[in-house]
Write a protein that binds this ligand. Structure first.
Ligand code: AP5
Length: 214
């Protein structure tokens, strides 16, 4: 299964991909998580990416493609993978076609903009294990503490109102055109992403792996 979870900032890509990867045991490859890890490590890539990320701009394609090529060249992707946050430009989508046979399905999570803003303003994340929470709808059991690993939860640097506004503009202008690319190739499936994440996960699992329906 070579799957892309697609959608605007806050659509639930990380939440849904995390649940599917726990269920299917295939790697969740999230370019945003990989970049944030590079920033935390203080690597050259992290230093070059940080300003773009904090402003809600896209990191240049050449940096992203080098990082993804390297990850897909590692072991553990033979049975498939779930891409989250990649591709998000036409150049990235075209480049992905040349990497290990491209992708088989692209799931687009449709969520209206007012709901994206609401979700992102209350998002908290674990800097250690990348678990994702929402203060109103998916709170941690102990406020501010990760259920999984006990680390202190944080707000992402790009979840400020100004950066969120810019990320939505960048999505409309640079990333949404990728949908047409996959639609033309018959790979796109759109889903209502406003329902609870468990229902969205069941829909995807049921559509792609009917024997896996719970
Ligand atoms: P990235 O980390 O990929 O951010 P994003 O695409 O903006 O997406 P988010 O992580 O904000 O949202 P999500 O859709 O994963 O939603 P989540 O599950 O967290 O990228 C960050 C930055 O890195 C980019 O801006 C760019 O600078 C750079 N970058 C990354 N990849 C790049 C690339 N390929 N090219 C160039 N630059 C790149 O959920 C959001 C909230 O909603 C959470 O609080 C969650 O609890 C809640 N929630 C989730 N599902 C539901 C639901 N069904 N109902 C109610 N609440 C829900």
């Amino acid at each position: 299964m070579r799957l892309v979870i697609f959608g605007p900032p806050g659509a639930g890509k990380g939440t849904i991909a995390g649940a599917l990867t726990a269920r299917w045991g295939i790697p969740h490859i999230a370019t945003g998580d990989m970049l944030r890890a590079q920033v935390r490590e203080g690597s050259e890539l992290g230093r070059r990416a940080q300003d773009y990320m904090n402003a809600g701009e896209l990191v240049p394609d050449d940096l992203i493609l080098e990082m993804v090529r390297q990850r897909l060249g590692e072991t553990g992707v033979g049975k498939g993978f779930i891409l989250d946050g990649f591709p998000r430009t036409l150049a990235q989508a075209q480049a992905l076609d040349g990497m290990i046979g491209g992708v088989e399905v692209v799931i687009d999570l449709e969520v209206p903009e007012h709901e994206l803003v609401r979700r992102l303003s209350g998002r908290r994340v674990c800097p250690q294990c990348e678990a994702i929470y929402q203060v109103d709808t998916m709170p941690a059991r102990t406020p501010g503490v990760c259920d999984r690993c006990g680390a202190q939860l944080v707000q992402r640097a790009d979840d400020t109102p100004e950066a969120v506004r810019n990320r939505l503009v960048v999505y409309r202008e640079q990333t949404a055109p990728v949908l047409a690319y996959y639609r033309e190739r018959g790979l796109l499936r759109s889903l209502d992403g406003t329902r609870g994440s468990a229902a969205v996960v069941e829909d995807i699992a049921g559509a792609l792996c009917p024997r896996d329906r719970q």
